[in-house]
Design a protein around this ligand. Structure first.
Ligand code: UGA
Length: 435
């Protein structure tokens, strides 16, 4: 199969490299000339475990290349994937589809032979119809089918998620397009990943419903954590106790500082807007958004009350800034409202992150950055764990205690055991562990 992948963001680059690894011939296209030049030099613009090696081995094998010009790869392709960004539109929370629409017009102009154009970006229900309209308007004689194939990969686990998905959703009712996309994903169906064929609009809605449901699960357990703190229960055992019921499932029940990232906040906001456009009010999803926003803001107050009610003149060491481990992504990271709140409460903030500090500096310019977690906590009045990087789990706790001026640890990801911390003489606060 010959594939053109339009957009080399997270989804585009990972999907392009994985398709090449399946043995397909893939060209990744991006308008950003610097990015394409860097990729051609073998430099990967994002931090994603394993991506560097995957891209470079497939380039070497001659199955993957990069260009800024979509004409030739689209003309040659059996399938063209649109994986450009769909950011939140400023002001109204709708998904901004201008990049998708521009890509559709450009693709239309150069189509040749039977081609399946596939939206892989997360797009509102009905976007496939609009892409089809734009393509047919630009090139009325094109032999083309427009399909939806949403992606469910997570940052930090992107390659594994792509290669071992729980399911592949293909939204098109056209038999020729189903055959082409079935062939594209054949290596995965051999891995027993179920290929689910649906209508296009259904596929578009599956993506938003999945993200909104996961965001709801996280928010639900976060509220139960608040209650657990008050009634003297342990939210982690509650999560395990409910998660062992197969109807509930154990994943995405880790209480924490609230969800962030480039997907859940943006997609839940967009889903609420899509629904309102169709006169449907998604009250649960609206509540999830509001609860999560409040929670992120409340985390600075949690630190303040753990520190005795005031942070004025105190130094707080923040460990972990990215929205989750194994990524350098700071988009909607809980660390941003937390640090801003700490500064507003009069604290001095020092921070460490294993890979995200360069990105963090743009969001949080007014704090001190430390190259090493021990240096970060040295002389501080409190340490706050915001992102559960694996190296923070294995820190030398005795040494941490010696470095801190005051042995207060606020662990917003529950990475330490309360009994260990108590035995070492820490004052220890975590999430939902009211024992
Ligand atoms: C999410 C979905 O998990 C993917 O399936 C989806 O493809 C992706 O969005 C997308 O739409 O592109 P991602 O944003 O990379 O993936 O990260 P997640 O691992 O889902 O984490 C999102 C946020 O939820 C993080 O801030 C994380 O810390 C938080 N989270 C997650 C919790 O607080 N508790 C949990 O139990 C799980």
């Amino acid at each position: 199969m010959r594939i053109a992948m339009i957009g080399t963001g997270y989804v585009g680059l990972v999907s392009g490299a994985c398709f090449a690894d399946f043995g397909h011939q893939v060209t990744c296209v991006d308008k950003d000339g610097d990015k394409i030049a860097a990729l051609r030099r073998g430099e990967i613009p994002i931090f994603e475990p394993g991506l560097d090696a995957l891209v470079n081995s497939n380039v070497k094998a001659g199955r993957l290349d990069f260009t800024t010009d979509l004409a030739a790869p689209v003309a040659d392709a059996d399938a063209v994937f649109i994986a450009v960004g769909t950011p939140s539109r400023r002001g109204d929370g709708h998904a901004d589809l201008s990049y998708v629409h521009a890509a559709a017009r450009e693709i239309a102009a150069v189509l040749s032979g039977f081609t399946v154009v596939v939206t892989k970006s997360t797009v509102p229900v009905g976007t496939g119809d609009e892409v089809e309209r734009l393509i047919r308007e630009t090139n009325p004689s094109a032999d083309v089918v427009i399909a939806s194939n949403p992606e469910f990969l997570r940052e930090g686990a992107a390659i594994r998620d792509f290669k071992f998905p729980d399911r592949i959703v293909i939204g098109t009712s056209d038999e020729r397009a189903r055959k082409v996309l079935g062939d594209v994903y054949r290596p995965l169906s051999l891995n027993k990943a179920p290929l689910m064929f649906t209508a296009r609009r259904t596929a578009e809605l599956i993506k938003y419903a999945a993200n909104a449901f996961l965001a709801t699960k996280i928010t639900f357990i976060n509220e139960i954590a608040d209650l657990a703190e008050k009634v003297g229960a342990d939210v982690q055992e509650v999560a395990r106790g409910i998660g062992l019921d197969n109807r509930i499932g154990s994943k995405f029940l880790h209480a924490g500082p609230g969800f962030g990232g480039s997907c859940f906040p943006k997609d839940t906001r967009a889903l609420v807007k899509i629904a309102l456009d169709h006169d449907v009010q998604l009250r649960i999803v609206e509540a999830v958004l509001a609860v999560n926003d409040n929670r992120k803001r409340a985390m600075a107050r949690k630190v303040s009350s753990a520190a005795g009610g005031s942070l004025r003149g105190k130094t707080v060491a923040v460990l972990g800034l990215t929205f989750k481990p194994d990524t350098d992504d700071m988009r909607e990271a809980p660390s941003i409202p937390l640090v801003t709140g700490l500064l507003d409460l009069g604290a001095k903030v020092r921070a460490h992150d294993p890979v995200g500090m360069e990105q963090a500096r743009r969001e949080l310019p007014d704090i001190e950055y430390c190259d090493d977690p021990y240096a970060c906590v040295r002389g501080a009045d409190a340490m706050v764990v915001v992102t559960e990087w694996v190296q923070y789990r294995t820190l030398d706790l005795d040494r941490l205690k010696r470095e801190l001026a005051h042995p207060l640890v606020v662990d917003l990801r529950n990475i330490y055991r309360p009994e260990d911390m108590a035995a070492l003489g820490f004052i220890y606060e975590s999430v939902g562990r009211g024992l």
